[in-house]
Design a protein around this ligand. Structure first.
Ligand SMILES: *Cc1c(COP(=O)(O)O)cnc(C)c1O
Length: 403
């Protein structure tokens, strides 16, 4: 991988589930708060209030998007922190009530490892199965509930295969049994509509850099009245729940990006779905022996996850990289390890098919011309790798003999 003289203008970026390009308008929105209006939002003079106004205006806009109150938005450093806070904060606050937490087998490591961490404190975690499209088994979820269960954490949409979960149904189950419901909406927020009231969500995690905002900032929605411990001890910021001077430029950028995405959500979704379906259709028409992983329709607008039989996903990523095309195998977090993706295993793929998959995640910045070029590249690179595969050649030989 070359990094020194990377020409970003020649890049075809199809890894928007890993991170996104910061919108120019978001960069401009951040700029004044570095060296011009650099006051501390907690200071009482006018100069500090300018910074505080950024934080409060953000809370207003962000809360409007998910249909909650502004004082239910708590800024964090991003998705990982929001997930850790929601899970450990409610687990410890409700320890007297019970030590059982329910989650799914396809959660992001930020949720999964927060749950694993709690095991050493005596918590018991149930990991619920998903079906072969990646949808959580609601029957199993409800059966797993005990009187000690205090929290259900299920993601709104999956980062690898894009499957959108039935969160309203999960919310209903949680409410019926008076259990808290947290959802990791990092992939979903500003990509599909979300209504925390309608879905009965008590906590929801968001990260700015997944929808055109800067890295290192996000928020956790916490429904008023939720039993949860503060995440950081220190000053009185974030209503005494998350101490530390706020990331004012980050919040300004996140708010701009969220405002744009939410106002244009319908059009952005339609465009991404059009590109996605066009790409899937052509891949299946022009490249034999592939499999689409995830749900056909209950799927994030920009997500494509495909296994190419007899092809190593990592090798394919490497060939595409030589052409300046950025895709991913599994999730960015497991890209550098060779254990197969747990998400792909959970939907029933063999180790071999899991290793044969790549994730393509589109944004509204991608063009039809880019997609045409990527499809042609995929055709050539998949063919090249299959020609080198002894197993593929063997299979072709058997076919020739049969006909
Ligand atoms: C990216 C991502 C996270 C982590 O967010 P960061 O802001 O990078 O810490 C958590 N959950 C999901 C589903 C993600 O896609």
């Amino acid at each position: 991988m070359q990094t020194g003289n990377m020409q970003t203008k020649n890049i075809i970026y199809l890894d928007n589930a890993a991170t996104t390009r910061v919108r120019q308008e978001a960069v401009l929105a951040m700029e004044p708060y570095f060296s011009q209006y650099y006051g501390n939002p907690s200071s009482s003079y006018e100069f500090g209030m300018i910074s505080d106004n950024v934080m409060e205006k953000g809370r207003k806009i962000l809360s409007g998007i998910i249909h909650c109150n502004p004082d239910e938005i708590y800024y964090t450093s991003g998705g990982t922190e929001s997930d850790n806070w929601a899970i450990t904060g409610t687990a410890f606050a409700n320890y007297e009530k019970g030590n059982h937490i329910i989650t799914s087998k396809i959660e992001h490591p930020a949720v999964k490892n927060a749950c694993e961490y709690l095991k050493s404190f005596g918590f018991d975690i149930s990991y619920i199965d998903v079906d072969n499209k990646g949808t959580i088994r609601l029957d199993q979820l409800e059966q797993a509930i005990r009187k000690e269960t205090t929290l259900i954490s299920v993601m709104t949409a999956n980062n690898e295969i894009g499957t959108i979960q039935p969160i309203e149904e999960i919310g209903k189950i949680a409410r019926k049994h008076q259990i808290l419901f947290h959802t990791d909406a990092v992939q979903a927020f500003c990509h599909i509509p979300i209504d925390v009231r309608k879905a009965g969500i008590d906590m929801l995690s968001v990260s700015s850099h997944k929808f055109g905002g800067p890295k290192g900032v996000g928020f956790l929605y916490i429904k008023k009245g939720t039993e949860i411990l503060p995440f950081m001890n220190g000053g009185h910021q974030e209503n005494n729940m998350r101490a530390g001077t706020g990331n004012v430029p980050g919040v300004a950028g996140m708010t701009e990006a969220a405002g744009y995405a939410s106002e244009n959500l319908g059009n952005l979704m339609r465009y991404e779905i059009m590109l996605r379906n066009y790409m899937i259709r052509r891949i299946f028409q022009e490249i034999p022996l592939c499999r689409l992983n995830g749900h056909d329709s209950k799927r994030l607008p920009g997500n494509i996850n495909i296994s190419f039989e007899y092809v190593d996903g990592g090798a394919l990523l490497g060939l595409l990289d030589l052409r300046g095309i950025c895709v991913s195998t599994g999730s960015a977090c497991s890209a550098k390890t060779s254990t197969p993706s747990e998400v792909l295993k959970a939907i029933g793929l063999s180790d071999e098919m899991a290793h044969s998959s790549i994730r393509i995640s589109l944004s509204a910045l991608n063009t039809r011309e880019e997609i045409d070029y990527v499809i042609q590249s995929l055709k050539e690179d998949v063919q090249e790798l299959r020609q080198k595969s002894a197993k593929f050649q063997e299979k072709m030989e058997i076919r020739r003999k049969m006909h």
